[in-house]
Design a protein around this ligand. Structure first.
Ligand code: URA
Length: 494
């Protein structure tokens, strides 16, 4: 038996070097025992560390896709991951195309490990909450987080980009990450008691969270899936969840009873932005929805969470994917998620979403029956101090993200798509489409459903003049009524 001891749980280079030497000497997977320095098993281990055999002459190449997968899968907490990956490497010597056989149990398991790691990184990006320690020039921001896998080092660069101008530390049981404004460093794990339990900004954040919580769209199960209970203990807003859920039905009734036609008071615009990422190998979005594969929305959502099709994923908190019934007759397409959407992971939950909800209700459309998505699925912004200012997505970003819209379209198969604003229209019609000239006209899309364009609800928020705002809001509701009638006609015709 060969015993290999890796320097740490994330020692990919050590694993790669040992695995290469062993595989080239034809050492079978069952003859290798993988350990991690300092891990509990070592205490009982009487087998001596093996000196790695010499690497014989000759090339041994494995597909890049395997190395990429292994780099993620190795961060999983499964103690058998090193063995699994070595078994795959060993098998790749005689079957170079093994990784393409996704039904192979080893390939499937390695993919599942890598997916779980990506999900954990994504959860860390979304659920780390910094608390302020010290004031003004002395201020630092400290968070406590308990990942499921060995992902702190993988997840840390995101926070350095996102919070470049504030010194922060993320404390975790196994490894802590720190940012001093110029470089990320790591120290050994800490305990929860080392992190502050609240700060002076907490109250502000709680009020913000309560204000974006939309009771009309409460789905407890979906919410728990997105924000699993195990993260609640470290989320300040978690203490609001139960009371907000309890009050949801009363708040919904109050919202419906609110007078509907007057537009919102002028309010500070919360800018939206975003981007995309791309999952697999297509480098460019197709120009039409022809031949686009339909799959289930959950799988699409998962794939989109790892999209890297354009650079917007780097600074966004998460992909904000579409939401709504799997076969909704109406699909609404917005521009991109805004600040609140980026933080919560749901489309149209901020100020624009509130206007949209009211206008839909007035047009006789139940939002719960609509599939709501965006042309671009990551928040695009420029930081201005602590505020993130919306940036309009550009054409390459819209094109890079279009694959997701196409796949949503192929899966949901709505009778009508309504593009909200110019960016959405560019994605839906595949070309720049003037909103004012075309609004309210239902047209046929090639090989697909019918489509219509209207203004984006945030356009209404930006109008400075109350009369213009009221007038434009009415026009927006009228456009949505045209959409409601078109869906009814399609339902009768079906
Ligand atoms: N604006 C959009 O276009 N989409 C959202 O999800 C929110 C604001």
């Amino acid at each position: 038996m060969h015993v290999v001891t890796l320097d740490s749980n994330t020692d990919f280079d050590g694993w790669r070097k040992a695995a290469r030497a062993l595989a080239m000497n034809d050492v079978k997977p069952a003859e290798v025992s993988w350990r991690v320095k300092g891990a509990a098993a070592d205490l009982f281990d009487d087998e001596a560390e093996t000196t790695l055999p010499e690497v014989p002459e000759g090339a041994f190449s494995v597909p890049a896709s395997f190395m990429e997968l292994a780099e993620s899968a190795i961060l999983h907490s499964d103690p058998n991951r090193f063995t699994l990956l070595y078994r795959l490497l060993w098998r790749l010597r005689t079957n170079h195309h093994l990784m393409e056989i996704t039904t192979d149990p080893d390939v499937a398991q390695a993919n599942a490990l890598a997916r779980a790691v990506r999900r954990d990184v994504h959860k860390m990006h979304a659920f780390v909450r910094f608390r302020e320690v010290g004031r003004e020039r002395e201020a630092r921001y400290v968070a406590w987080f308990e990942p499921e896998h060995h992902i702190v080092a993988r997840a840390a660069p995101f926070f350095a980009r996102r919070f470049a101008d504030m010194p922060w530390s993320i404390l975790a049981p196994e490894l802590c990450a720190h940012w001093d404004g110029s470089r990320v460093s790591f120290t050994p794990g800490a305990s929860k008691a080392d992190a502050p339990s609240e700060d002076r900004l907490e109250e502000l954040w709680l009020r913000y969270y309560a204000s974006i919580f939309n009771p009309a769209r409460l789905k407890v199960k979906a919410m728990e899936k997105e924000m699993p209970r195990k993260y609640w203990q470290n989320l300040p807003e978690a203490k609001l969840i139960q009371p907000l859920i309890a009050a949801a039905s009363r708040r919904t009734t109050e919202m419906i009873a609110e007078p509907g036609t007057s537009p919102h008071k002028p309010q500070k615009r919360v800018e939206e932005s975003e981007m995309t990422r791309k999952p697999t190998t297509h480098a460019h979005a197709a120009e039409t929805s022809r031949d686009v594969e339909s799959t289930d929305l959950e799988t699409l959502h998962e794939e989109a969470a790892g999209c890297r099709a354009c650079p917007l994923w780097k600074d966004a908190t998460q992909t904000v994917f579409g939401e709504g019934p799997a076969h909704a007759p109406l699909m609404l397409v917005g521009e991109q998620p805004g600040d609140k959407e980026d933080l919560t992971g749901h489309p149209f939950v901020g100020p624009a979403g509130q206007i949209l909800d009211r206008a839909l209700a007035e047009a006789g459309i139940d939002r719960a029956k609509v599939y709501v998505t965006n042309a671009v699925k990551h928040f695009k912004f420029v930081p201005r101090g602590k505020i993130r200012l919306h940036q309009k997505p550009n054409t390459p970003e819209i094109k890079a993200c279009r694959q997701w819209y196409e796949r949503e379209l192929a899966t949901v198969r709505p009778a009508l798509v309504v593009a909200l604003g110019a960016t959405a229209a560019q994605s839906v019609f595949g070309r720049i489409t003037p909103v004012n000239k075309s609004r309210g006209h239902v047209v046929d899309l090639p090989d697909g459903p019918k489509a219509m364009v209207t203004v984006h609800p945030s356009y209404l928020l930006r109008l400075p003049d109350a009369d213009a705002k009221a007038r434009e809001y009415e026009r927006f509701v009228e456009d949505l009524k045209i959409a409601a009638a078109a869906i009814k006609r399609a339902a009768h015709a079906a």
